[in-house]
Design a protein around this ligand. Sequence first.
Ligand code: ZN
Length: 303
Amino acid sequence: MERGHGAAQEAAVICYHAPMQIWDRSAHAWALGGAAVLALFGAAFLASPEPWPAILLFVAAALWYAAHMRRSFRRRRLAREPFPAEWRAVLEANVGWYRRLDPDRRAAFERDVLFFVRENRFVGVEGVEVTDELKVLAAASAVMLLFGRTDREYPRVSEILFYPRAFSDEFRTEGAGRDIAGMLHPYGAVVLSIPELRRSFAGESDGYHVGLHEFAHALDLSSQQCDGFPLGIDPRLVRPWSERLREEMERASRGRGALRPYAGTNIAETFAVAVETFFERPEALKKANPELHALLEEYFGRR
Ligand SMILES: [Zn+2]
């Protein structure tokens, strides 16, 4: 969830990055292994008088392979699709982080944005028309968090919902209590208020970014809850990660430290706000808590 907004100015750093992988080698190993086992069973039935068991097992082997490799084949096709000029204009006009990439990495980032847009479902709530601008801004938020690691994907993002304005705990956009700018539903829906998403990109150095915040939760979502330990964290980082986050949670709850006070809500919010701060005010975070900055740098692949 994302509430509140602080303000400060600082330039973000330029970092090294790696794009999302097209051909998933581990999925390919599973696909080949499972298909081979099914095909071997099928071959064992070839000598039997009844052909159907062998045929069914060969078909199952083919389906197993196709199911595991569907994303890799789709990405091979998408990688040949030109990046729309209108989408590039959205990135250039709104995403300072993209503008600071060198041309090769810009191209890789564009490709990842294309993958994300084509692979996910975007839904407008209360009559909102889902435009290319909204899709690209949401995708840019998501891809920024993945861009350091080729092997990382969001485990459970099911769809992205756009609300016309901030909403309440009951998802109401009228009446009292409408102070929620974004939310991650436990089943993987990322909910974003459109004005807050646009404001997040407009104020790129203020440590507030609802897109980064909610997709940080999406990396952290396991077993229908967020605990501040995101997907793929190195086991040797877990202890210092926990200690540094708790340190900042405590500071934030007293209105101190590098993170917005909202980071003091709980450990999952501390992580999400730390991600916003890491991307938007890295030098401030490095100064206030160099160990936490180094841990986030290692996790996100920045150098
Ligand atoms: Zn949150």
